[in-house]
Design a protein around this ligand. Structure first.
Ligand code: ADP
Ligand code: MG
Length: 684
């Protein structure tokens, strides 16, 4: 890097922090947007909010104290006046802005106390009227600590010269799927860093220019390859073979009071096949809320136990961990296997004895939250790690748990469960490091949940519905508003709601559960609800994941307008789990914003997780949908998984060609787009 003009050790290390270690890396720092600075606007025509280039002569510069010290500089071009306002300035800057100096400024115009103004505009002195303007659109790069836009722009300019001189390797083989109508890599880079004044800004802003598509293709390919390689790498280590000589998996399935659905059967076969071999399973089990993923996980754990090994199940909330623990304990007792719970809130003594039993190997299955990868938890022979609701965890947490199980040169199998129903092509790219089984069928006899959207003014009518449901022997949830500020405020709101509902519903047994309650109290409330002792459970969104009480047929969600589609779908999935028809009431505060209206409409119209996910993708983009796991793919530079979804099949095909015929290109391609970072764990 220091070969570039003016790049010393300090700047080089700042650049390195951005993953820019070679001159060519600069080319892949791509503009976020563009501005048209090719024309000077006359001050008389400026309007607030406009971003404009102006040129004029300084009339007056003074330091003023209006609340805080600031530098005000009045400039005029004959057609009008403009104030430049600086809150941070040096004395030399103040002197340079002397009366009579000509400036060219760029910034956003706003209305100020002295008329129109620009706050901290970019500016430079101009000597003659004829000073050339920009001859292309001005790229705006992502802001980087300690490197000003101008400096970055100049550095990238030099990198473009270097590109002209030395060229750049193109790793995409001919005929490997790159759409033929796209420009070359070099043309694309030149264009995007230096678009001509005739470029269509709207097309660039939408990310649909062919130059952007060319780079998006390569970027998606790089990420896809990195994930694929990671999978290969994971599978290179040996895992435990789990023959299940005791046939516990089969005994568990046979003892269930229902038959597996076809889709469950196929998923189970995938999992059983993986576990039989000595190759680590790295499987994503994807299926909509309520499709019955838990029994597949239990069968896998039974298989580990039947092979004399241990399994661990990690859940995102204590509530869910406790529920799983209870279920698994009941399922495993007849098999003669012990299940332990490890949670952050259990008494130290209880935990200590659980840890000892895990270390001795006496425990077949451990259920817990992320407390599972705390220090001090050692397994005697962990062969299987199950992660429930993985979208709540980061990829790092899952890897940590898997690392725990690395013993005697063997790695544990991994089963990762998610209800995030992302479309198949997207999944194949975003989860290229995993094998995927999809459960695309609900157990029979479920009636779709009927969803109604009701303004908060009609709350009283909704409360009356609860009475009716309870009289009919059913149960209900009341989900309290989503308060962003803190757990504490959320807990408080839930307590107040529970008190109000207890008063309003004298004949109804009301309970409460929220995230701030001690584990035991939470547990007790959940159990009482499950057993039917409580009829109405007032809760925060802690019940969003996993909670399973089939007799609950009514759910009321307050302030539903504040929740995202995925969350509403998850919450609603708590009802409609038995044979009875269920209702979900979405209470909202008027007036609704247009996006909130769209969300509520989408959730009312569909109960299909895939359809809702597709809608969610359109409304929000894929980053959030894919959740925390997407530390990599959420930070794409040019590509957008949703917008560029049409490229994905060709990206996958191209990846196959590179792996088969050009393996040497893969590492440099990944380095170009992903850097040397550990985003996907070890690559290679
Ligand atoms: P999720 O996939 O959302 O985790 P669960 O595993 O919690 O769903 O299953 C939801 C409910 O459906 C549970 O009460 C479970 O016992 C029940 N269930 C699972 N599989 C079947 C089946 N094949 N037939 C009937 N009920 C089932
Ligand atoms: Mg579940």
């Amino acid at each position: 890097m220091t070969s570039l003009r003016g790049v010393g050790a300090a700047l080089a290390s700042k650049l390195a922090r951005l993953g820019v270690t070679r001159v060519s890396d600069l080319l892949f720092v791509l503009p976020l947007r563009y501005e048209d600075r090719t024309q000077v606007s006359s001050m008389g025509t400026l309007t607030p909010q406009q971003r404009a280039v102006v040129e004029g002569e300084i009339q007056l510069t003074e330091v003023a104290y209006r609340g805080r010290r600031q530098l005000l500089c009045r400039i005029s071009d004959g057609s009008g006046m403009l104030t430049l306002r600086f809150f941070y300035f040096s004395t030399s800057q103040q002197h340079a802005l002397a009366r009579g100096t000509r400036l060219r400024c760029f910034g956003e115009v706003r209305r100020g106390p002295l008329g129109l103004e620009m706050v901290h505009p970019e500016y430079r002195r101009v000597v003659a009227d004829a000073a050339p303007l920009e001859d292309s659109l001005t790229p705006i790069y992502p802001l980087t600590e300690g490197i000003p836009q101008g400096r970055l722009r100049a550095l990238i300019g030099e990198a473009l010269w270097e590109l002209e001189r030395a060229g750049l390797p193109d790793f995409l083989p001919q005929g490997a799927g790159l759409p033929a109508d796209l420009p070359t890599l070099k043309e694309s880079l030149n264009y995007l860093h230096h678009p001509p004044t005739t470029a269509r800004l709207t097309e660039l802003a939408a990310g649909r220019h062919p130059a952007q598509r060319r780079l998006a293709f390569e970027e998606l390919l790089a990420h896809h390859l990195a994930l694929k390689l990671r999978k290969r790498h994971l599978k290179a280590d040996p895992a435990w073979e789990l023959p299940d000589d005791a046939a516990l998996a089969r005994r568990f399935i046979d003892a269930l009071p229902f038959a597996l659905t076809g889709a469950q059967g196929r998923a189970l076969a995938d999992v059983q096949n993986d576990l039989r071999t000595g190759v680590p399973m790295v499987r994503l089990l994807q299926g909509d809320v309520g499709c019955g993923k838990t029994v597949i996980a239990a069968a896998a754990a039974a298989r580990a136990a039947g092979s004399g090994m241990q399994a661990a199940l990690m859940a995102p909330t204590e509530l869910l961990a406790e529920q799983h623990w209870r279920n698994f304990r009941d399922w495993f007792a007849p098999l003669g296997q012990t299940v332990a719970l490890v949670s952050g809130s259990q008494p130290a003594r209880t935990r200590r004895s659980a840890l000892a039993a895990i270390a001795s190997g006496e425990i077949a299955l451990v259920v817990g939250t992320h407390a599972l990868f705390q220090e001090g938890l050692d397994f005697a022979r962990l062969a299987l790690v199950i992660v429930d609701e993985q979208h709540r965890f980061g990829v790092q947490q899952r890897l940590k748990l898997a690392e725990k199980g690395q013993q005697l040169g063997r790695v544990p199998h991994q089963l990762i469960m998610t209800a995030t129903p992302i479309p198949r092509t997207l999944a194949m790219t975003a989860y290229a490091d995993l094998d995927i089984s999809v459960i695309d069928e609900l157990p029979p006899g479920r009636t779709p949940v009927h969803t109604v959207v009701v303004p908060a003014q009609r709350r009283a009518q909704v409360v009356a519905r609860i009475v009716a449901a309870c009289r009919a022997g059913r149960q209900a949830y009341w989900v309290c508003p989503l308060i962003e500020e803190s757990d504490e405020l959320r807990a408080q709101a839930a307590e107040e709601t529970a008190a109000a509902l207890t008063e309003a519903l004298p004949g109804v047994r009301v309970g409460l559960v929220h995230g701030r309650m001690p584990g035991a109290a939470k547990d007790q409330a959940m159990l009482a609800f499950k057993s039917g002792k409580l009829q109405l459970l007032v809760a925060t969104t802690v019940i969003e994941v996993g909670v399973d009480v089939p007799n609950a047929t009514l759910m009321v969600i307050e302030n539903a307008e504040r929740m995202g589609l995925a969350q509403l779908h998850q919450l609603r999935g708590r009802v409609g789990r038995g044979g009875e028809a269920s209702t979900c009431v979405l209470l909202y505060q008027a007036p609704l914003s247009p996006p909130a209206r769209e969300r509520l409409q989408a959730i009312r119209e569909s109960t299909d997780g895939f359809a809702i996910a597709r809608r969610d993708l359109e409304l929000r983009g894929p980053g959030e949908l894919l959740g925390t796991r997407q530390t990599g793919l959420a930070q794409l530079r040019v590509a957008d998984l949703m917008r560029d979804a049409d490229l994905l099949p060709r990206v996958q095909a191209c990846a196959e060609v590179l792996i088969a015929s050009h393996p040497a290109s893969i590492a440099p391609l990944a380095a170009r787009w992903i850097g040397a970072g550990e985003r996907y764990g070890r690559i290679g």
